[in-house]
Write a protein of this length. Sequence first.
Length: 228
Amino acid sequence: MVDEQGKKVKNDEIKIVNDGTYEDYKGFLPILEMHLISLGISQAKQVLLIADGAEWIWKHIPPLLKKLKSPNATYQLFDFYHVTERLQKFADVAFSDDKERNNWFKKARRTLKKSNAMTIIRQMDEFISEATGERCKTMVIQRNYLLRAYRERRLNYAKILDQKLPIGSGAIESLIRQVVNLRIKGNSKFWLKENAEIMLHLRCQWIAGSWDNFCGSIFNSFIKPQTA
């Protein structure tokens, strides 16, 4: 959550919430729904859904937000940095000269941030028209990714920046590194799925700074009310 200045809200009223699962989207959606209700999504002024190109996200999460009465000001956005990776891949194939490649990429990146994706797509089409073979195939893949995101209206970075909202999912990338990569993954580490699921949940609580509350809730669950 962020305030009107785009800064993360850090107080006792709004706790940091981290969670995850190794299940597929069918196992993930109920967890997400629980946390969204707890956070009071229906009372939010605006909601921003940032993700990469994974189809299941765009297929299943927007209906969930609608079900939970998400505000009209609910925006969908492709992660800016994932999209720029596609631009870089295109430039790597389109240009043989390093200077020309870097200049085009930097200009395209600025253009994308201004929400002028169609300008970039037209430029891509010009390069594609002169390409052949595998080079052409690679360029078409990157161009189609950008075109699909544009048609789905998920590249409106200028509007999101004007509202002081983030345009990247860096917070999630960082959490994955802290929760999964630094503890669960590693050389000679093997997990049963159920044990990995437990460790994932525990690490999420620890990183969120809610370990004491988490342990307290477990302890309280074992306390049985005394009968007269």
